[in-house]
Write a protein that binds this ligand. Structure first.
Ligand code: C2E
Ligand code: CA
Ligand code: CA
Length: 887
């Protein structure tokens, strides 16, 4: 911003014109040099008027030539000078032509004094033009200087007239009027000097001429009072300089600037402070000088002036503080704008950049020249450009918008833009756009949000995002009166996979599983991972109730093929619960809970399957909770009973042993099967006292059969021990206790542990198994084939018996692969010195197949169902009788 550019340009424009003012000044100087040499009469009658009137003519010519603003002010000044020269001419005429002794005062003085108001009004008009507003500071500065100068002329020029006894009142007043007028003129020039606006050569010429007048008048007054005054002396030079100064000032081209409107407030320059400061020091200086002269004669005037100056200076300094802080804040603002990381751009009514901070080029990735005077809309995305149009069309808005700006390298940057309409603000005149690049922040936000809502391992949505999607799906479903389906997936026995393969492989497997599951879904469906081996699916398009089961089936199918992890093929199965929810009926968390419940039912019903939620599941769940709370009492109150299922030789059907299977004889609900309370007992830890009781009871019963001679020494009792009990420190003591209290031999006891129970927490279990073996107890692996340990791992445990799971037996006869599987297990077991027992044999074909495959021991409904101890006793008696009867 260059406020001075205009006037300066105009001066440059007129510089070619002949420097008339120089010629005029030169001529003036020559004339004043000649003047003292010319005898008084012609000097006063010819040379003097020539100089005086030339000043008037020069002013008129100057105004014509330079056409300044406010010509009337200049004409008033010309008139003032003209008045003065008329006064001079009248005086000289009477003095030298009429040879009158012109009295003092006379009408000539009236003409003379008329100059003052004219000059003062002219100067006031000039000042008004330069700084139209209120310029308090300049006014105060001018007042302070005038006040100081006023005291000086009071003491030097005015007071002597008061003191002098030999002049009349009129004469005295007239004499005082001159210095008063001079001081008024001085005040004007000081006001010009300290006000805003430039002080060109023209100003200095004017100031010099007024100072000349002041000096000349002062000298005249002094000489007059002292009676030393005579015509045609050196003082005349001062007046001549006064005239020439005015003329030259008006002829100088810079005279235009005197009346040119200035912008901004005047600078508080050091020179100015010095000037104002010295003016304020005049009263003490006067006091000091008078004191030196022996007597203080103007004490009152000095005191009054000091007081006035004090008040003026006080008023001025309060303003000064503001000015200084304003200047400081202006400087601070400038440096802020220059160094800011934000770009500030001012655009005009049609969106063209009119101003930009230096930072703008950097922030917007453009050269400064690409921005200034170009439409900012060219850099914006289409919709943002439209928004800019709306902003420009509405007045007085301040708003924050997000725009995308194309950077110089062609990339799009996200900008947070504060738009403030300052088109009505004279100092801005535009829409101010403060832009901040938030691209990185945006990206970071998005990444953080993504991380908060996604599973880091599989990058699938996590539980909270899934929950969110269910919420929205339900509200969308409400609109179209549709359903929403949620599938809850839990990989079967994944903990075992993790433990046996190691966590990194487990993670790889999870990623692979997620990828396969995704292939079964449509694009609108959501697959989420809830953590661990839990996944969930959200279906919301179309007939989700039917689609859900199809998806569940597809997922089961997709996992059929084992996963290759390192060197091993790992089979993965999943249990799935399905819940279909209706908007307005189901809550999101209720829906998830139902799917979860259905999944547990799928697990209980044999895993690797899906179940659809039905309200009974909820009731069952509640019942299971009740069971959990009642179970403790059931153990203490003797509500548990042990059933026995014979284990027979396939070929003969003769009883080789029996498996103890617990039941709960519930007072109101009757006989409850173990699958309904053993899982609860495992989670609550009650399975340990329960196992203790079964151990004691089964051993006691077996000992009773032994003592009754119903069974021989080869008869054994199979007792199931939960994995949890096996990991408990009490387990060996519990077995010892059962043997001791019953008196049964350890070799008659076979402890069944599931495959899961063996693999989990292998180490403690391993030592426990050896401790048990050391007692003479035999060990069996139960439900073999449902877990994941390979056949090869069988040998790592000190086992005596392998119980082949019912699911393999079911596939016997007809299914070639079923036969092969059983054969492999049987062969390997025998190689390892283990006996095999087939479980759940239900039909004779299976029995025949087992014989063929070399599995000679079995249990199942084909031979006998589990039965109460008394029935078992009866059966043993019957078998004994049969044996005796047979030869
Ligand atoms: P399990 O150890 O595999 O026991 C065999 C289960 O198969 C028994 O179910 C038995 O009734 C059933 N079963 C036997 N032959 C056949 C057949 O031909 N067809 C069919 N469909 N099923 C047959 P049960 O008595 O309901 O016991 C279920 C499970 O409860 C047992 O499976 C065992 O894991 C657990 N369990 C039973 N008693 C105890 C116990 O005292 N302690 C512990 N920890 N678990 C027990
Ligand atoms: Ca068993
Ligand atoms: Ca079993």
């Amino acid at each position: 911003m260059e406020p001075d550019a205009g006037p300066r340009a105009r001066i440059v424009g007129t510089r070619d014109a002949p420097a008339l003012w120089k010629w005029y000044l030169l001529a003036g100087c020559l004339l004043s040099a000649v003047y003292p040499l010319v005898p008084p009469a012609p000097a006063k009658l010819v040379v003097w008027p020539a100089i005086g009137w030339s000043a008037v003519a020069a002013i008129v010519v100057g105004v014509r030539r330079h056409r300044p603003d406010g010509q009337i002010a200049w004409y008033l000044l010309a008139l003032g000078i003209a008045t003065f020269i008329v006064g001079d001419d009248l005086y000289s005429f009477r003095n030298f032509v009429q040879h009158d002794d012109v009295p003092f005062p006379s009408y000539v003085d009236v003409v003379y004094l008329a100059m003052y108001p004219l000059l003062i009004v002219g100067l006031v008009l000039l000042i008004r033009r330069r700084s139209p507003g209120r310029d308090r500071a300049s006014l105060l500065d001018a007042a302070i200087i005038t006040c100081g100068a006023g005291l000086l002329s009071w003491v030097i020029l005015i007071v002597p007239y008061f003191r002098s006894q030999d002049i009349g009142v009129l004469e005295r007043l007239t004499s005082i009027a001159y210095p008063l007028g001079d001081i008024a003129l001085l005040a004007m020039i000081v006001r010009l000097a300290v006000g805003s606006g430039r002080r060109p050569i023209s100003f200095w010429l004017l100031a010099a001429s007024i100072v000349q007048l002041l000096i000349a008048d002062a000298l005249y007054g002094y000489l007059n009072l002292a009676g030393l005054w005579h015509e045609h002396n050196v003082v005349d030079g001062g007046w001549i300089a006064f005239y020439v100064g005015w003329g030259a000032a008006a002829l100088h081209p810079s005279m235009r600037e005197l009346s040119a409107r200035s912008s901004g407030s005047p600078r508080v320059s050091r020179r100015r402070l010095l000037l104002v400061g010295s003016a304020a020091l005049i009263p003490p200086a006067v006091l000091f000088v008078e004191q030196l002269n022996g007597e203080v004669v103007d004490g009152a005037a000095i005191a009054v002036t000091s007081a006035i100056l004090f008040v003026l200076v006080l008023a001025r300094t309060s303003g000064l503080a503001g000015e200084v802080s304003e200047k400081r804040s202006e400087a601070r603002f400038h440096s802020l704008v220059t160094n800011a990381s934000d770009a500030i751009v001012v655009v005009d009514d049609i969106g063209v950049v009119r101003y930009q901070t230096p930072s703008a080029a950097r922030v917007l990735g453009r050269h400064a020249a690409e921005l200034l005077d170009h439409p900012i809309g060219d850099l914006l995305a289409v919709e943002d450009e439209r928004q800019l149009g709306v902003l420009l069309a509405t007045a007085g808005v301040t708003t924050t918008v997000d725009w995308r700006v194309r950077s110089g390298d062609g990339t799009w940057r996200d900008m947070e833009v504060i738009a403030a309409d300052l088109r009505d603000d004279a100092s801005v005149h535009g829409l101010v756009l403060t832009m901040r690049d938030i691209t990185e922040r945006r990206a970071l936000d998005a990444e953080l949000r993504r991380q908060a809502l996604h599973d880091t391992l599989t990058t699938l949505p996590n539980r909270s995002l899934f929950h969110d999607r269910v919420v929205h799906a339900l509200s969308r479903a409400a609109r179209r009166q549709g359903d929403v389906a949620v599938l809850f997936l839990d990989l079967d026995d994944f903990k075992m996979v993790n433990d046996s393969l190691g966590h990194p492989s487990g993670d790889d497997l999870l990623i692979a599983v997620a990828a396969r599951l995704l292939t079964t879904l449509k694009s609108g469906d959501t697959l989420a991972r809830f953590g661990g081996d839990e996944f969930a699916v959200l279906l919301e398009d179309g007939d989700v109730a039917h689609a859900a089961e199809a998806v569940a089936q597809r997922m089961q199918d997709a996992l059929r093929e084992p996963f290759r992890v390192g060197e091993e093929d790992v089979p993965v199965h999943v249990s799935i619960g399905i819940a279909v929810g209706r908007a307005g009926v189901d809550t999101p968390s209720g829906l998830l809970r139902n799917a979860d419940l259905a999944m547990y039912v799928a697990k209980r019903n044999g895993k690797a399957r899906f179940e659809r939620f039905v309200p009974e599941m909820h009731e069952q769940a509640i019942r299971r909770l009740e069971v959990a709370s009642e179970l403790r009492g059931a153990i203490d109150n003797g509500q548990l009973v042990v059933f026995y299922q014979p284990i027979v030789a396939v070929a003969t059907g003769l009883t080789l042993g029996a498996e103890a299977l617990v039941r709960w004889n519930h007072p109101s609900r009757g006989l409850i099967p173990p699958n309904d309370f053993i899982p609860v007992a495992e989670t609550t830890g009650l399975v340990i006292p329960l196992g203790r009781w079964v151990l004691d009871e089964a051993c006691r019963q077996t000992r009773a059969w032994q003592q009754a001679g119903l069974v021989d020494d080869a008869f054994y009792i199979s007792v199931n021990l939960s994995a949890r009990h096996l990991r408990d420190t009490s387990v060996v003591d519990d077995v010892v206790h059962a043997l001791d209290t019953s008196g049964m031999t350890a070799s008659a006891l076979l402890i069944e542990v599931t495959e899961t129970g063996l693999v989990e927490d292998l180490d403690p279990a391993g030592t426990v198994l050896h401790d048990l073996k050391a007692l003479g107890v035999r060990l069996a692996i139960d439900d073999f084939g449902t877990g994941y340990s390979s056949l090869g791992r069988l040998g790592t445990f000190p086992l005596d018996v392998v119980k082949i799971d019912k699911s393999f037996i079911d596939r016997l006869g007809g299914h070639a692969d079923g036969d092969a599987m059983v054969r492999a297990v049987v062969d390997l077991s025998h190689t390892l010195g283990m006996m095999t027992v087939a479980e759940g044999v239900e039909d004779p074909d299976q029995a025949r197949a087992l014989s063929r495959l070399g599995c000679s021991v079995a249990q199942g409904f084909l031979f006998a169902r589990p039965m109460p101890a008394d029935d078992m006793t009866g059966a043993l008696e019957l078998e004994g009788l049969k044996l005796v009867a047979q030869p």
